[in-house]
Design a protein around this ligand. Structure first.
Ligand code: PGA
Length: 257
């Protein structure tokens, strides 16, 4: 049985004060909600809030874990404006989101770069949440399958079956991110099943069965239930609906059912 995961990607939102307030409320609520059924709850705030949230969440490290929204692959060096894996460990991160479509499209991150970051995260003991997904053009041109398989393979080049126990995959159709247009549960399930089949082909049955595959793209409290009901959807990577404690906790409550 795969433990469900709800990861809140705050993107470039919340300052120290509002972030702390939401994170502590989420930690309190999630502790109760997940007492009977385990759900991994993750918050990915901005880099500058990580340290503050880490101390705010010290009393509940098992309830809410911290992720960064990106990182550099190198340990240190002349990379102005960037953040290294060990810096993330230093401020209490357990996870890191890699290859988010906004990094790919706005900041032109390549598949090769993302693969390098995946290796670096694993080597440092950070668990990568690797994002893949097709654009609207690609979906309409029947390239959904090819695009997702390509990005999955490219991100995982050289990653061993054993290392896959650290990796989470997030399927985020680009046309559904921040648009209010969610993939239907059937559309999402179709791609999730495809990803799982590809993991079996790349690795083995065990890896395919154990790897969490999250859905992301306009997930809200009122649509997460039907998404999570699908066999291969193991949780959600959520932007907008993770910004308030009420909405975040409503997502966790659905995953804890
Ligand atoms: P959204 O963002 O939930 O606001 O669509 C999801 C994401 O980009 O991870």
């Amino acid at each position: 049985m795969r433990t469900p995961m709800i990861a809140g990607n705050w993107k470039m939102n919340h300052n120290l004060e509002t972030g702390r307030a939401v994170a502590t409320a989420v930690a309190q609520g999630a502790a109760e909600l997940t007492a009977a059924k385990k759900v991994e709850v993750i918050i990915a705030p901005s880099f500058v809030s990580l340290s503050s949230l880490s101390s705010a969440l010290k009393s509940s490290p098992d309830t809410v874990q911290l992720a960064a929204q990106n990182m550099h692959w190198a340990e240190k060096g002349a990379y102005t404006g960037d953040i290294s894996p060990s810096m993330l460990l230093d401020v209490g991160c357990s996870h890191v989101i890699l290859g988010h479509s906004e990094r790919r499209h706005v900041f032109l991150e390549s598949d090769e770069l993302i693969n390098r970051k995946v290796h670096s995260a694993i080597a440092h003991g950070l668990k990568p949440i690797v994002c893949i997904g097709e654009t609207l053009d690609e979906r309409e041109s029947n390239w959904t399958e090819a695009k997702n398989i390509f990005q999955l393979r490219a991100a995982l080049v050289g990653v061993s079956a054993q290392e896959m126990s650290q990796v989470v995959i997030a399927y985020e159709p680009v046309w559904a991110i921040g648009t209010g247009k969610t993939a239907t549960p059937e559309q999402a399930q179709e791609v999730h099943a495809l990803i799982r089949a590809e993991l079996k082909a790349l690795y083995n049955e065990q890896v395919a069965h154990a790897t969490r595959i999250l859905y992301g793209g306009s997930v809200k409290p009122d649509n997460i239930g039907e998404l999570l009901a699908k066999n291969d959807i193991d949780g959600a990577l959520v932007g907008g609906a993770s910004l308030t404690a009420d909405s975040f906790l409503a997502l966790v409550a659905e995953a804890a059912k």
